[in-house]
Design a protein around this ligand. Structure first.
Ligand code: 9MR
Length: 385
C-alpha cells in the first residue's frame, strides 16, 4: 500500500495566523495551503544525486510567481514552444531567436541546464520546408529524378536548420531532442513529409548534423510519447538499435511521459527504461505530466466541477510509485522534466477545449494552480517511504 503524507509544514506567515477559539492548531495547520515557495524541500535538491529536475516554459513564465518557483525547485529548463521549427525559422533563412534567447538568459542567470526541444518534428513545422523550387508540394512529385532532387533539397534545408540552431546554442544546451515523434502509435514509422520524401535519412542527417555542431558534452536524443506501449515501443526500439548499429551519433531516448493515473503500469515503464539502457543508451523523462483523466474517449470524458481530494491522493500515489522507480533506475535516467510548472498552465487544458467543450480542467503537476504544493509533492519528496 502506498502512503501519501501530507506534512503540515507551514510558512512563517501561516503560523502567525491567529486561530479562532475552539480550533485546534493542528487541524487548522493541516488545512493551510503550503506555498511551493515555502515548502522546505526543493525538488531539484531532493533528486540532486539522481537526475536533473526540469520544467517546460514559455518566455512569459520567466517572471512573477512562475519564475520564483522555477528558481526554487528546478535546475533545468526547456522551451515549451519557442524552439520549434515554425517558431524559430518561420520563413526560409529567417531565424527568430529572441524568445529562445530569453529562456537561455534566465537559465544562465540561475545556473540551470537547458534541453533543446525540438530540432525536427512533423508538427509545428512550416510548409516551406516541403515545397520544391517551383512551390509545388514535394510529396506529390511522381518523377523519380525530381523526387531525388527534392530529397537533396529537403535534407539541405534540414542541415541548415539544425546547424544554425545547434551552433548558436552550442555552449548553452546540454541535451537536444534531435527528432520528435518519428514513430506512429500504430507501430509504423510516422508517414510525415520528412519520411515520405527522405525515408529514414532525415533522422540520420539530423543526428549527424547535430553531432557536428553541438558542444562536446552535449547529448542527443530521439524523443517520443507512449514509448512504453507496443507496437510503438517495439518499432522505436528496432529503429534506435539500427541507428546505434549504423554508428549514428545518438546518446539516448527521451520518454515524454504524458501519462495518466495508473497508466501505463510501473512495470511497463521499468521494462522500457531497461530496454533502451541495454542498448547502451541514456534515458530522459522529457515531458512529464500525470493527467487525472484518460485520453478523451467518445463521448467526452467525465470531469469534475471541483476535483475531489481523493483524486489528488490517487495522483500522489502514482507520482510516488513513479519517482521511486525513477530513483531506482537513476543510473539509467539523467533528467526528469515536467511539461509545465504548476496546474495553471498545461497543454492538457487545450484538449478540454478541443474535445470537451472547454469543460474539465486537468491538474497534472505537483504544484496546484495557485502554486501551493499538492499531495503529489509530499509523495515525491518523502524520503522515508
Ligand atoms: O505544450 C505544447 C502546446 O503548447 C502546443 O500547442 C503543442 C502544439 O503541438 O505542443 C505542445 O507540446 C508538445 C511537445 O512539443 C511534444 N510532445 C507533446 C506535447 C504536448 O502536445
Amino acid at each position: 500500500m502506498l502512503k501519501v503524507l501530507r506534512k503540515p509544514l507551514l510558512s512563517g506567515l501561516a503560523l502567525a495566523i491567529v486561530l479562532p477559539a475552539g480550533l485546534s492548531s493542528v487541524s487548522a495547520a493541516e488545512n493551510q495551503p503550503v506555498s511551493a515557495l515555502d515548502a522546505a524541500v526543493e525538488l531539484d535538491e531532493r533528486y540532486a544525486k539522481s537526475f536533473d529536475i526540469g520544467a517546460a516554459v514559455e518566455p512569459s513564465m520567466l517572471q512573477g510567481k512562475d519564475a520564483e518557483v522555477l528558481k526554487r525547485h528546478y535546475n533545468s529548463l526547456v522551451a515549451e514552444n519557442v524552439m520549434k521549427p515554425i517558431n524559430i525559422q518561420p520563413e526560409e533563412g529567417k531565424f527568430t531567436f529572441e524568445e529562445m534567447d530569453k529562456i537561455v538568459e534566465f537559465a544562465k542567470e540561475n545556473n540551470m541546464k537547458l534541453r533543446g526541444h525540438t530540432l525536427i518534428w512533423h508538427s509545428q513545422v512550416p510548409e516551406w520546408f516541403f515545397l520544391d523550387k517551383e512551390g509545388n508540394k514535394m510529396v506529390d512529385e511522381t518523377d523519380p529524378k525530381q523526387r531525388e532532387k527534392n530529397k537533396k533539397l529537403l535534407l539541405k534545408r534540414l542541415e541548415t536548420h539544425v546547424k544554425t540552431i545547434v551552433k548558436r546554442y552550442k555552449s548553452d544546451i546540454s541535451s537536444w531532442d534531435v527528432v520528435n515523434e518519428v514513430v506512429d502509435d500504430n507501430g509504423q514509422l510516422r508517414n510525415s513529409p520528412w519520411y515520405q520524401i527522405t525515408g529514414t535519412d532525415y533522422i540520420k542527417v539530423a543526428f549527424e548534423t547535430a553531432d557536428r555542431y553541438a558542444g562536446k558534452d552535449a547529448k542527443l536524443y530521439i524523443n517520443d510519447y507512449n514509448t512504453e506501449i507496443d507496437p510503438k515501443r517495439e518499432t522505436l526500439y528496432n529503429l534506435v538499435k539500427e541507428l546505434v548499429e549504423d554508428g549514428v551519433p545518438i546518446d539516448g531516448v527521451g520518454h515524454q511521459a504524458h501519462i495518466q493515473i495508473g497508466w501505463p503500469s510501473i512495470a511497463e515503464i521499468e521494462k522500457t527504461i531497461n530496454m533502451f539502457a541495454d542498448l547502451g543508451l541514456d534515458n530522459q523523462i522529457t515531458e512529464l505530466d500525470v493527467s487525472l483523466y484518460g485520453w478523451p474517449p467518445k463521448p467526452a470524458y467525465p470531469t469534475y466541477d471541483e476535483i475531489p481530494a481523493s483524486e489528488f491522493d490517487r495522483q500522489a500515489a502514482h507520482y510516488d510509485e513513479l519517482f521511486k522507480l525513477y530513483e531506482k533506475l537513476d543510473d539509467k535516467i539523467s533528467s526528469v522534466t515536467f511539461w509545465g510548472v504548476a496546474d495553471n498552465h498545461t497543454w492538457l487544458n487545450d484538449r478540454a477545449e478541443q474535445y470537451n467543450d472547454g469543460v474539465g480542467a486537468d491538474a497534472p503537476f505537483v504544484f496546484d494552480k495557485d502554486y501551493n504544493v499538492k499531495p503529489a509533492y509530499w509523495a515525491i519528496i518523502d524520503e522515508e517511504s
